[in-house]
Design a protein around this ligand. Structure first.
Ligand code: HAM
Length: 441
């Protein structure tokens, strides 16, 4: 057991790290092309900031750390299960000084105590892109365009991924005049329960919505109300939703935003790649508006990425929140894990080979030739080439076999004869072709 990484976590051997860097390179490339700046924060966060409301799946998955000598209390830390609270903290600390709308991206490692499975681990890297300070759905359109740019960069055909979109405001609007009027606090736990629909099924969701000992507690719904909620989740088109809202659709901010989002997406040809799905609500309580989730079209894996609008987060962090003057900041973003996309790309044969790039091995046949070999290696490295200098002086057969195994393109050999001629023999390993070059200096 001691020789394995902790369950659900990975070691990164060189070939794994090459693949990770390739993936991060794609994520970074898209983010920079969209005009985003990169940020990071400590992997360890204060418990208070990161611990989520009871009911959210993530709440029971947080790795907790007690600093030495501490038994409980304020000093408790956690391994971040997601990046969004840290981001909010960073923005809060510089509120009033930032150029808005702000566009930041990050590639944090996140930790969740989950049951490990396909595409699910206890640590994962999560590409995040977030826009703060923009209330309009132009921000959502920009983020969705970035996700599609990444999927296209990976070489996935347009139909390989389903992007499902919903708006939490729709549920809110539908229920506000009804039971939410007396118990607005029921809305967040309601979304959390609904998020489990695919996993536990409609009946179990209705049961949880009505259970006084369930996530809604005293704010639980009656059976007919619960059934109405789950019926709503089956709506699959904005116009279908509008029809079910009847006259209320005219005044629905959520419908107006969704229609506008579709128009914006249409202008870059992306509207055909997204679908409205009333059952997508996402499992985090903080979302307030448009929410979206992408998964592989064949439904083989868990979500590839997910995000949405969370306009309330800053005002919740603000100690003065709720009092006059406390101001929030609109925000929207997504998280895109490294696990599922790699599984999907592997299944589609779209992963690059993780071969090592090594330009040359410099091989001194004996210690007499070593100073010249060291000068040659230094000269090649100064040109930016990746060069391994053989540290021993093995026999030629072994040296060449070893260079081949290292993935080197060529071997620079310096033996007594070459040294006498102030030359180096260069052998291209792929073709076997050889030529001589003068030694530098
Ligand atoms: P999330 O849906 O919890 O959202 O996670 C986002 C993505 O991270 C998932 O779609 C999945 O790709 C990946 N992911 C999550 N948990 C795991 C796991 N255990 N193993 C592998 N991959 C995983 C958030 O975390 C939000 N903070 C995203 C966000 C940013 N919303 C606004 N801004």
């Amino acid at each position: 057991m001691l020789l394995k990484p902790p369950r659900g976590t990975r070691d990164f051997y060189p070939e794994d790290l090459r693949l990770r860097e390739w993936l991060f390179g794609r994520f970074r490339g898209v983010s920079l092309r969209f005009g985003f700046e990169e940020v990071d924060a400590p992997v360890v966060e204060t418990a208070e900031l990161c611990e989520r409301k009871a009911g959210e799946e993530i709440a029971g998955q947080v790795f907790s750390i007690l600093p030495p000598g501490q038994r409980e209390g304020r000093e408790r830390l956690v391994l971040r299960p997601e990046f969004t609270p840290s981001l909010a903290r960073m923005i809060y600390a510089r509120r009033g000084q930032l150029r808005l709308p702000l566009r930041w991206f990050a590639l944090p490692q996140c930790w969740r105590y989950e049951r490990p499975g396909r595409g699910r681990r206890r640590e994962h890297y999560q590409w995040n892109m977030d826009i703060w300070g923009e209330p309009d759905v132009t921000a959502e359109a920009e983020l969705l365009a970035a996700i599609f740019a990444a999927l296209d960069d990976f070489g996935l055909p347009p139909g390989a991924v389903r992007m499902r979109i919903n708006h939490r405001g729709l549920l809110d609007e539908m229920l506000r005049e009804r039971f939410l009027r007396e118990r607005p606090e029921a809305f967040k736990p309601l979304c959390i329960v609904i998020d489990k629909l695919e996993k536990i099924g409609r009946e179990a969701v209705e049961e949880q919505l009505c259970d006084p000992a369930g996530p809604l507690g005293e704010a639980r719904l009656s059976q007919p109300d619960a059934q109405e909620v789950t019926a709503m989740l089956e709506l699959r088109g904005i116009e279908e939703v509008a029809r079910s809202l009847g006259k209320r659709a005219e005044n629905s901010a959520a419908i107006a935003e969704l229609r506008r989002l579709w128009e914006l997406l249409d202008s870059t040809g992306l509207a055909g790649r997204v679908e409205f799905d009333g059952s997508v609500v996402r499992g985090l309580a903080y979302y307030t508006g448009v929410v979206f989730e992408a998964s592989d079209a064949a439904g083989r894996f868990r979500a590839i990425c997910g995000g949405g609008r969370y306009d309330g987060m800053l005002s919740e962090l603000d100690p003065g929140a709720g009092k006059a003057g406390a101001k929030g900041l609109p925000a929207v973003g997504f998280g895109f894990g490294d696990a599922v996309i790699v599984e999907l790309l592997r299944a589609e044969n779209l992963l690059p080979s993780a071969a090592r790039r090594l330009d040359a091995v410099v091989y001194p046949m004996g210690e007499t030739e070593r100073p010249a070999a060291m000068r040659l290696a230094a000269a090649l490295r100064a040109q930016g080439r990746a060069v391994e200098l053989l540290l021993g002086t093995p026999k030629a057969r072994r040296a060449f076999a070893d260079a081949d195994r290292a993935g080197a393109a060529r071997v620079y050999l310096i033996g007594p004869d070459e040294l006498a001629r102030k030359a180096v023999r260069v052998k291209e390993l792929a073709s076997g072709a050889e030529h001589e070059e003068p030694l530098p200096g």
